[in-house]
Design a protein around this ligand. Structure first.
Ligand code: NAD
Length: 296
């Protein structure tokens, strides 16, 4: 069992930390939100007042923050964590951030003699709670082997997709497809409902037909279709619209970097931007259906 510092206890980090505690690891945790820390403490974690205090004696440091600027801010620069992490510790960033940002932080960690991998996740809050996440890893193979037992306590699939930053590229590919699929699934259900169909029956049919996806089966965007989906609790919890918007922006940047065409990804980015402008940025990204659902 390891002594782990866990920074960022939000919708994903909270349940991931809880699973590490369940597996028997010792956790020192930090978040900017006091209630997030209190939640982790209720599962057996030790609270700290700063991120620096959390990493003081860590063997493994895990971060799960919103975006590139938070991760760079945490590790780099004045007041950053890197000088404070014990020699020989392993650093795992599970946030979804720009590939170049992941490379920049890993390079600085390596220069300090610390191994670091990017290990963004897929599986949503349900996967984080169930401990069934998919980890998409970029970085050195030896570092991944050291991380594997800890990752296995939070997920069931681990893919090593390449060198530092590659985990982020692969994650952006996944989320670009997810963003498009969610938007069109909402559109399809809204069309059926406008014709008088029952959204539940329509979704059940789609879930065993050729348009089946995570959006129909697990995170259905129509309220009341699936009890456990964010749509059925006012689109709260889950994966924020503005986090999806961030990921589609990162995908667009990644596409421009290599001259790739992502017409549907760009269209989806605009839809999530419109949903954000409509005041739904903090809601689950499946709320994008509100743009097309009559009366919503
Ligand atoms: P969230 O907003 O719920 O949680 C982020 C947490 O980080 C918050 O509790 C916030 O207070 C904390 N935080 C921010 N800056 C901090 C700092 N400097 N020090 C300490 N704590 C800080 O976000 P989330 O949904 O948990 O997502 C986290 C990351 O995981 C994002 O990069 C997101 O894109 C990715 N992701 C989310 C999901 C999902 O379904 N929610 C799925 C896969 C990947």
């Amino acid at each position: 069992m390891s002594r782990i510092a866990f920074i960022g206890l939000g919708n994903m980090g909270g349940p991931m930390a809880a699973n590490l505690l369940k597996a028997g690891h010792t956790l020192h945790v930090f978040d900017l939100a006091a209630d997030a820390i209190a939640q982790a403490v209720s599962h057996g974690a030790t609270a700290t007042n700063t991120a620096i205090e959390a990493v003081q004696a860590a063997e493994v440091v895990i971060s799960m923050l919103p975006a590139s600027r938070h991760v760079e801010g945490l590790y780099l620069g004045e007041g950053g964590l890197l000088p404070h992490i014990p020699d020989g510790a392993l650093v795992i960033d599970c946030s979804t951030i720009a590939p170049a940002s992941a490379q920049k932080v890993a390079k600085a960690a390596n220069a300090r003699g610390l191994a670091m991998i990017d290990a963004p996740v897929s599986g949503g809050t349900a996967g984080a709670t169930a401990g069934t996440l998919t980890f998409i890893v970029g970085g050195d193979g030896d570092a991944l082997e050291r991380a594997r037992p800890v990752l296995a306590n939070m997920g069931k699939n681990i893919f090593h997709v390449g060198a530092s930053g590659a985990g982020q590229v692969a994650k952006l590919c996944n989320n670009m497809a997810l963003g498009v699929i969610m938007a069109v699934t909402g559109e399809a259900i809204a069309l059926g409902v406008a014709h008088g169909l029952d959204p539940g029956v329509l979704s059940q049919m789609m879930a065993v037909s050729t348009s089946r996806s995570w959006a129909t089966e697990v995170c259905n965007p129509w309220p009341g279709v699936l009890d456990n989906a964010p749509a059925s609790r006012g689109y709260t919890g889950g994966f924020g619209n503005d986090l999806m918007l961030k990921d589609l922006g990162l995908a667009a940047e990644a596409a421009m970097g290599v001259g790739a065409s992502i017409p549907l990804g760009e269209l989806a980015r605009n839809l999530y931007a419109m949903n954000s402008q409509a005041g739904n940025g903090g809601l689950d990204f499946s709320s994008v259906v509100k743009l097309v659902a009559k009366g919503s």
